[in-house]
Design a protein around this ligand. Structure first.
Ligand code: SIN
Ligand code: CO
Length: 373
């Protein structure tokens, strides 16, 4: 691996994670860019890649979504090109996410990469996720303000900005520096030179997302079919009133639906293993036979997980890309959750079990794992 992250994680988590922004100087010593501006522009031309171009001229903002057909006429100042989930599409850039696997996979959102020319940026804004902004090529000045209530407004329908803020961090970032920003802290990047920034983002779900996703799961699985009952009902003096104890019973009915630990884990595994951006899935062509998979692995070959694929273990229940997966070998399935590259040593005895090899072969043929060339 070219870029090595030098970060005291226990100290970082205790002092800064979700608490305070911080500049981690030279966290990637001798940082090497994983992508060129031209390659990033190429990705922004692909329909599968979520990209944006943000422009500013004399304080007037403009933003458009990709895919872009060309970048003619942009000029040399005042714009920034951003692509989401580059880790799903560009293997060398996906390597940058790997050092962050001391944090739980299910919290990761994606790697966003931006290329800005002098005067370019997305403007002062607040994010609702934790972000590690890695400085690549060029230098860029970043300002971060305190997390106090601020007015937000749209200078363009596709942009949400905040009012000017006082900086608690004002830094000129150099290649390999990281700026960590927890949710809610306003920030703004200015640049006087062409610059690349890599943002590793971690977004926590909000209650609304959880409730809405659980409601879908409850419908699909016929949960919560019991109706409200009130055998102790007495004559009501005020029929137009809902009593507090009735409200309490209704609330408890809803809580009971989510309180079944088995259903809760089954739902959450599906929810948390759903990618938030499209994956670059290519089924194996031609498909592998089971013996080929077994022979390759026992012969020392390495399996690599499709970048961005979410593979999770929740108390011995396994989930992959929004689906539950019943396995014949929990130990080997756990290894598939834990390692993004693995082989004989990690999979162990499961390689002698034809039923496990059949499971693995199906995943490989779907394009979820592939053999390292
Ligand atoms: C950028 O790279 O310009 C934006 C990153 C961010 O504000 O999160
Ligand atoms: Co931001």
């Amino acid at each position: 691996m070219v870029n090595q992250l030098n970060l005291n994680w226990p100290e970082f988590l205790e002092k800064y994670w979700q608490k305070q922004p911080v500049v981690l100087k030279n966290a990637f010593p001798n940082f090497v860019d994983t992508i060129t501006p031209d390659e990033l522009a190429g990705l922004a031309m692909e329909p599968e890649v979520d990209s944006r171009l943000v422009r500013q001229t004399d304080g007037r903002w403009d933003a458009s979504h990709g895919p872009f057909e060309d970048f003619d006429g942009l000029g040399e100042t005042g714009w920034s090109l951003l692509a989401q989930a580059v880790n799903h599409w560009h293997a060398p850039s996906a390597e940058l996410v790997r050092p962050f696997r001391v944090l739980p996979d299910w919290r990761l959102d994606d790697l966003m990469i931006s290329f800005s020319v002098p005067g370019g940026g997305v403007g002062p804004h607040i994010d609702n996720y934790d972000v590690f902004i890695i400085q690549g090529m060029g230098r860029r000045r970043w300002r971060v303000g305190d997390a106090i209530p601020m007015r937000q407004f749209c200078p363009h329908p596709a942009l949400l900005h905040v009012d000017p803020f006082e900086a608690i961090i004002d830094v000129e970032m150099e290649p390999g520096d990281i700026l960590y920003i927890p949710p809610g802290f306003p920030h703004d990047g200015y640049t006087f030179e062409n610059t690349l920034n890599y943002s590793v983002g971690f977004r926590g779900p909000n209650g609304r997302d959880l409730i809405s996703s659980f409601a879908d799961y409850a419908l699909e699985n016929d949960l919560g079919g019991t109706h409200y009952g009130d055998p102790e009902l007495t004559v009501r003096e005020h029929p137009g009133q809902v009593e507090a104890h009735e409200l309490e019973r209704l609330r408890n009915m809803m809580i009971d639906v989510i309180s079944q630990p088995e259903d809760f884990a089954q739902w959450f595994g599906r929810f948390a293993s759903t990618p938030r951006h499209e994956l670059d899935i290519a089924p194996a062509e031609p498909p592998y036979a089971e013996e080929e998979v077994r022979d390759a692995l026992t012969g020392g070959e390495t399996l690599v997980r499709l970048s961005g694929l979410r593979v999770l273990n929740i108390g011995g229940h396994f989930f992959i890309n929004s689906e539950g997966w019943k396995t014949v070998d929990a130990k080997a399935a756990d290894a598939l959750c834990r390692f993004t590259e693995l082989g004989q040593q990690e999979l162990g005895d499961a390689l002698q079990n034809p039923a496990f090899i059949a499971e693995l072969t199906a995943f490989i043929n779907q394009g979820y794992w592939y053999f390292d060339e």
